[in-house]
Design a binder for this molecule. Structure first.
Ligand SMILES: Nc1ncnc2c1ncn2[C@@H]1O[C@H](COP(=O)(O)OP(=O)(O)OP(=O)(O)O)[C@@H](O)[C@H]1O
Ligand SMILES: [Mg+2]
Length: 281
């Protein structure tokens, strides 16, 4: 297999400017297939901009973005967006459609004639994101924030994309729901082998979920490495500061959580242990 076939997403010398203001500068990045890439950095550093270039919601000022080896400029934007899952913070469900209609929206566009196949896919994704099937007939307004977030993820996944873009998808939910959603997404990634780009402003979440972590600041890549590399060998002062805060947070919390800070599965285990403790088990 040639080297390039293992690359899911590639940025080649990408610069994005709005007038005088350069948001991303000579951005080069290769994301391997099957990677769970987390992108972390301070507000306004260009995370969303980088993500939206993948599905052409934003076009680069110069440079190229390739998805599956194809320059996105050469791909029809609508076709591209249907082939890439996209989940963002808060609920972006169609309010006038039921959960089922929301989740089946893209699969129906893709295979209009095969309703049974779509139904199976919808049912499968409801299970995977941990929602009961009897919720399919409800409208978004009849769901909690965390449930809406899960439906959003099911909808993003229902077209069986190879690539999933997530922009602070768990930002608007409480800590417990967030932990559950992190566990679900880590499992989905493990089981489905999709490539995920996941933007967060939370270094803890980035280290926990990512197989690789990209740290951005001021439109430039500060470090791109495994969570272990980022923790052990911060490449710049910015990364050092980010990680130091995280180490400090670890010192203050449960030792087990600290030890497994980059393992979603182990964190889930710790959460389960905590639930058991609540029940006096
Ligand atoms: N359409 C636009 N016109 C001008 N400036 C823009 C536009 N869109 C984004 N920007 C600027 O580009 C910079 C990067 O924005 P971006 O949304 O990528 O940041 P971010 O890292 O996702 O931030 P946050 O963590 O707050 O979501 C910001 O300074 C923002 O103000
Ligand atoms: Mg953003």
């Amino acid at each position: 297999m040639s080297e390039t076939t293992d690359i899911a997403i590639e940025y080649r010398d990408v610069t994005k400017a709005y007038g005088e203001k350069t948001v991303l500068s000579h951005f080069d990045l290769r994301v391997q297939k099957g990677e769970f890439l987390t992108i972390v950095g301070s507000s306004g550093c260009g995370k969303t901009t980088a993500l939206k270039m993948v599905n052409r919601l934003i076009e680069p000022t110069s440079g190229d973005v390739l998805v599956g080896g194809r320059n996105v400029r050469d791909v029809d934007a609508i076709e591209l967006r249907r082939s890439i899952g996209y989940a963002i913070q808060g609920s972006v469900l169609f309010p006038h459609m039921t959960v089922e209609e929301n989740v089946s929206y893209v699969p129906n566009l893709l295979n209009r004639r095969d309703r049974a196949r779509t139904e199976r896919a919808v049912s499968k994704w409801m299970d995977i994101v941990g929602l009961p099937q009897d919720m399919l007939d409800r409208y978004p307004a009849e769901l909690s924030g965390g449930q809406q977030q899960r439906v959003g993820i099911a909808r993003a996944l229902a077209a069986s994309p190879d690539t999933l873009l997530m922009d602070e998808p768990f930002g608007a939910v409480d800590e417990i729901t967030r932990g559950q959603l992190q566990t679900e997404i880590a499992r989905i990634h493990r089981e489905c082998g999709i490539t995920i780009m996941f933007v967060t402003h939370d270094i803890g979440e980035a280290l926990r979920l990512g197989t690789r972590v990209l740290v951005l600041d001021a439109g430039r890549i500060q470090q791109y490495g495994t969570p272990q590399e980022i923790l052990a060998r911060p490449a710049t002062e910015f990364v050092e500061r980010l990680v130091a805060r995280q180490r400090h947070a670890c010192d203050l919390s449960d030792e087990r959580l600290c030890a497994c800070e980059h393992s979603g599965a182990a964190r889930a285990e710790a959460a389960l242990l905590a639930q058991g403790a609540d029940k006096g088990e």
